[in-house]
Ligand binder design. Structure first.
Ligand code: NAP
Length: 179
């Protein structure tokens, strides 16, 4: 049976694997961009058939346009885009390609440094733009970066509460980050 919603996860076979699986459980068809077929194995093992759709492509090349267009034609425009890429231009292009009349949400996952120093991004008029910064955790023994589970669960939480800006872990004081 065709699923109701369509999500795109850019860079979804690493730390965002748990986000892809969550969206699949939430009845999304999940198109996932990554370059390496073997990295999709976990997604296929842990999800229902016909819920995860690999877009095997390098987002730093023009090939990504064809893959994204094909996904839109087959499963409809994206209701939701989750992005973990530092290539902001491809993100702008993908949003432009996401034709349709309805608005859509873009959750732009960023490293902590982007909180202080970021480049600009052109936001499509139908796009509800959300930023999620990945911070760090301070423990008794010192500070550490986030685990995959903390990142995936934090992104899922942001999708559910739908705030414009979210921080997973902490960013202040920035001098306390792991080195
Ligand atoms: N604040 C924090 O705590 C923090 C912040 C950032 C990262 N991290 C940690 O650092 C680790 C490494 O980060 P990472 O950036 O390598 O993230 P990752 O999520 O482990 O991997 C990046 C994802 O993007 C895909 N990808 C990368 N380049 C691509 C390209 N040109 N075209 C298409 N897909 C591409 C990768 O698949 P392919 O390689 O198959 O293309 C993969 O799905 C993570 O595991 C995370 O735990 C921590």
């Amino acid at each position: 049976m065709k699923r109701t919603n369509h999500a795109l996860v850019i860079g979804g076979t690493g730390m965002l694997t748990g986000v892809c699986l969550y969206l699949a459980r939430e009845d999304y068809s999940v198109s996932v961009i990554g370059r390496t077929f073997s990295k999709f194995k976990q997604l296929h093992v842990d999800s229902q058939p016909n819920s995860i759709f690999p877009l095997l492509t390098d987002y730093d090349t023009d090939d990504v346009d064809e893959e994204v267009n094909k996904a839109i034609q087959e499963r409809g425009p994206f209701d939701l885009i989750i992005s973990w890429t530092s290539n902001y231009r491809v993100l702008e292009r993908i949003c432009e390609m996401n034709h349709g009349n309805a608005s859509f949400r873009l959750f732009h996952v960023k490293g902590s440094l982007r909180y202080f120093k970021d480049e600009s991004i052109r936001i499509h008029s139908r796009c509800n733009y959300r930023k999620i910064y990945l911070g760090f955790v301070i423990e008794e023994s010192g500070s550490r970066w986030l685990t995959h589970d903390e990142i995936a669960n934090g992104v899922i939480k942001q999708i559910r509460i739908d705030e414009e800006v979210g921080i997973i872990g902490q960013i202040h004081p920035y001098e306390a980050r792991p080195r």
